[in-house]
Ligand binder design. Structure first.
Ligand SMILES: C[S@@+](CC[C@H](N)C(=O)[O-])C[C@H]1O[C@@H](n2cnc3c(N)ncnc32)[C@H](O)[C@@H]1O
Length: 243
């Protein structure tokens, strides 16, 4: 693939890089994980320096995926690995800058021989501003860092511009799934969505937001929140029109 200089397709949409405020590395990696990182990770890594801009995510895979999905901040990778196994005809992009989480997923990909995952190991906004418009069918943002303090609110991945960006990148009818154990974060998502005509929140019952959607699994942070007695909420928005 040819190399092109990046244009900024989000000019005017107000993408502001959220930056990355988490840890990039935790405990020391075992020799096996170091090897996985050196030998397996480069085969599934999205390297923006050697891809066309805008990047057509369909072309990242060794097959023509029926759809492309994106999981932002996959943590230990249990949800993306589950979706990969359950949906082998879908191409799934996972984004995670935290090395220890990323290598856990690489381990799973190797053990289960998963063929439909590609991984971006930097901050999400870098990838979002390079993706081809109307190319994603599902986007997952599961238990993002909540940054509840007022002075940290701007660190949240989901800010008022985020739904503009999703509108730009998602296909009509596509689904955005958000979950959190922080009520103020969920309130923000519902408030932002309620102001828009291009996304709809259609719970089948008024209790829907209390339950994890079907065809999904518990993530590590979700379990931790339950163990610590917090309430989790689940919001699923559908893109209904293109801006
Ligand atoms: C609270 S953890 C949740 C992990 C996982 N989704 C789960 O439910 O277990 C948030 C994750 O988002 C990642 N993250 C934070 N900021 C990010 C950013 N700007 N771009 C991509 N990932 C990010 C962190 O490294 C962390 O793994």
């Amino acid at each position: 693939m040819g190399k092109h200089r990046s244009r900024r397709p989000f000019e005017g949409l107000g993408l502001n890089s959220s930056g990355f405020y988490g840890r990039r590395k935790g405990y020391k990696l075992s020799a096996r994980k170091e090897t996985l990182l050196r030998e397996v990770f480069p085969k599934i890594r999205i390297d923006l320096d050697s891809t066309n801009i805008p990047l057509d995510p369909q072309l990242l895979f060794n097959f023509r995926p029926k759809e492309v999905w994106l999981e932002i901040g996959f943590g230990g990778g249990e949800h993306i690995a589950y979706q990969s196994q359950a949906n082998p005809d879908i191409g799934i992009i996972g984004v995670e800058p935290f090395l220890n989480g990323l290598v856990s997923l690489v381990d799973e990909i190797e053990n289960k021989n998963l063929k439909n995952i590609r991984v971006f190991d930097k901050e999400i906004s870098i990838l979002l501003e390079r993706l081809k418009p109307n190319s994603l069918s599902k986007v997952f943002l599961l238990f993002p860092d909540p940054w509840p303090k007022k002075k940290h609110l701007k660190r949240r991945i989901l800010n008022p511009n985020f739904l503009n960006i999703l509108n730009h990148l998602m296909l009509e009818g596509g689904e955005f799934r958000f979950s959190s154990d922080d009520a103020s974060y969920t309130r923000l998502v519902v408030e932002l969505a309620s102001l828009r005509e291009d996304f709809s929140w259609c719970p089948k019952s008024c209790r829907d937001w209390q339950f994890r959607p079907e065809r999904s699994i518990e993530t590590r942070y979700e379990r931790k929140a339950i163990q610590q007695g917090r309430k989790n909420t689940y919001i699923s928005l559908r893109k209904t029109s293109t801006l």
